[in-house]
Ligand binder design. Sequence first.
Ligand code: FES
Length: 240
Amino acid sequence: MDLILKVFRFRPGRDLEPTYQRYIVAAEPQERILDALRRIQADQDDTLSFRSSCAHGVCGSCAVRIDGHCGLACQTLARGFEGRDVTIEPLPGFKVLKDLMVDLTPFFDRVALIRPFLVNRTPPPEKERLQTPADQGKIDEAIRCILCASCVAACPVTHGNPRYIGPAPLVQAFRRVFDSRDEEMLARLKQLAEPDMAEACTNRFECTRVCPKEIKVTKTINTLKREIAKHLGEGKGGRA
Ligand code: FES
């Protein structure tokens, strides 16, 4: 099949405004959008810029907006797009560095705010800090987050409130709040009860719809709100 990609092109500082460039690429239905982008770069236009690494939905670097939906280029099949233009754009809400590459620094700064690591000051046992399968089950889904930023880019709350911490950082927070080995649960919940944190989510569900790892992001945020209310009192975490 022929895949017709209409790709966002922009070089800040050199181009006055973005344009869309049309490429026609031969692709098998089971090939991914990333395969087509790589083929364009290799055979047609080596000035096209986009990020990718693992090509298997693990690193999160290839997130773009495909036909209006934020997601991974390496997880989106060519099948279903035959016979029409498919628009490929950078993740919305981020500064474009070039073409499909955006500056994710503000995103990772927000992830860093929630301290995305285990805090445990108890001297470790000889081998490792153990966890029961049941305890691990509580965070299994959140662990799947690959920090691709698709949820943040798709979230209407994020676009309306630039101070909102955003869905992916909240998923990262969930993972630590419910990790039986972490000793900072209360401090974490207090941080999450602050304005523009968990309570700022208004249940728009776009994060859940676009998550390439099928994490129920909105449910995760609502669970955090309930946990805040349980430990810090009603009204601290908004309505769940
Ligand atoms: S290239 Fe790694 S997730 Fe797509």
